[in-house]
Design a protein around this ligand. Structure first.
Ligand code: NAD
Ligand code: DAU
Length: 343
């Protein structure tokens, strides 16, 4: 996208969450001339500790607020050149327990942003989405998701993200809103709320607690280190074509959940058997695999961090930042009790 001013005013939604806060760090480091407004409702997943190092920076402003609040969004959107939209309810297990919030934020909240972006003639709206919208692939197959794969979501989370993708495209096709979309795979890395598989596993293993494995543990995910994802978004914003979708993944071969836990346990010098099988997630997708050749060929992006390097860096971060995740685990005890029936 070339029609941006040299100093941009950027609205990042959900910037106090895991990927959003990594992205803000990335952007401030690479484009310090830009002004960032971070709009975040600070749900259980939003955490200003993630941004403590930049909170006083004069190119950064935090606004606590809900993307569903049309009046507030309208006010903030005036003068914005670029929207990077991360804000969402993001955890599949929570969407099974409490789907309503997912529809509210992920669908209606996205719609509020699209309307305001159109009204204020924003130059570029980048929507962050997920490979989960494509549903599930067969285990032991070599098929991968591509930009042409049909949508087939199974959880309330992925169905709500699919709806938001359709709305973004509808605003492009119907009203000419200049947008791009990225559908990426499972991110891991620093600042990930300790409810997701990798962050939960590492934090449990630090405490010598077994890692809960849903079902048979043969499910496969594509794992993407969060800084590689931030680079991909950067490339799409600067080189991507309006109206295009880019898939972003981190791997080329399958790794099952059980294999991933073995790699993590080995890196942490813990027994490989420190896991326990627990009841399966309802509607648990079997396999995700991402063909990221389009972004590679068209925008010259590739993941730079190997799974071992990424996990090692993540383990080091969780070991060095125990106060950060212990506080979250203790504040969210009710969720963990309900999800894992801990007493
Ligand atoms: P996260 O749950 O860590 O953070 C979400 C952030 O959004 C939080 O700061 C939260 O406070 C904020 N938020 C939630 N509802 C809001 C609302 N109504 N108004 C304003 N802010 C609100 O999520 P994440 O893992 O960083 O994911 C970010 C985005 O990337 C999401 O859109 C998610 O669907 C997508 N995504 C995530 C992954 C992954 O592996 N984590 C993979 C693919 C796509
Ligand atoms: O694929 C992208 C998606 O990745 C994102 O859109 C979501 O926001 C993100 O949460 C993630 O969804 P998953 O459901 O794939 O991630 P999660 O970390 O919850 O689970 C990864 C795998 O590990 C999955 O097969 C379920 C399994 N799992 C998860 C947890 C939390 C377990 O076996 N035990 C667990 O306790």
């Amino acid at each position: 996208m070339n029609d941006q001013p040299s100093t941009r005013k950027i609205l990042v939604t959900g910037g106090a969450g895991f990927i959003g806060s990594n992205f803000i760090h990335h952007w401030i480091q690479h484009y310090p001339q830009d002004q960032i407004i971070n709009l975040d409702a600070l749900t259980y997943a939003g955490n200003l500790d993630n941004l403590a190092d930049i909170e006083a920076a004069n190119n950064y402003q935090f606004v606590k607020g809900d993307i569903c609040d049309a009046q507030l969004v309208d006010k903030i959107m005036a003068g914005i050149n670029l929207v990077v939209h991360f804000a969402a309810e993001s955890h599949v297990d929570r969407s099974i327990l409490e789907p309503d919030k997912f529809l509210q934020t992920n669908i209606l909240g996205t719609h509020v942003l699209l309307k305001a972006a159109l009204k204020h003639r924003v130059n570029h709206f980048h929507h962050i989405s997920t490979d989960e919208v494509f549903g599930s692939l067969e285990l032991d197959s070599t098929t991968k998701f591509s930009e042409d794969t049909k949508y087939n979501p199974h959880s309330p989370y992925s169905a709500s993200k699919a709806s938001s993708d359709h709305l973004v495209r509808a605003y492009g096709d119907t009203y000419g809103l200049p947008y791009t979309i990225s559908n990426c795979s499972n991110n891991y890395g620093p600042y990930q709320f300790p409810e997701k598989f990798v962050s939960l596993a590492i934090s449990n293993l630090i405490d010598n607690k077994p890692v809960p494995i849903y079902g048979h543990g043969k499910n496969v995910r594509d794992w993407l280190f969060v800084t590689d994802h931030c680079h991909a978004i950067d490339q799409i914003i600067h080189q991507g074509k309006v109206g295009q979708t880019y898939l972003v993944g981190g791997l080329t071969t399958d790794i099952s959940n059980l294999e991933l836990i073995q790699i993590i346990a080995n890196l942490m010098h813990k027994p490989e058997t420190m896991f326990e099988f627990v009841s399966n997630r309802p509607g648990h997708d079997l396999r995700y695999a991402v063909d990221w050749s389009k972004i590679h060929q068209e925008l010259d992006w590739s993941p730079l961090v190997t799974i071992e390097e990424g996990l090692e860096a993540t383990i080091d971060w969780y070991q060095a930042n125990q106060d950060w995740w212990r506080k979250l685990k203790s504040q969210n005890r009710a969720y963990f009790n309900k999800q894992y029936q801990e007493r």
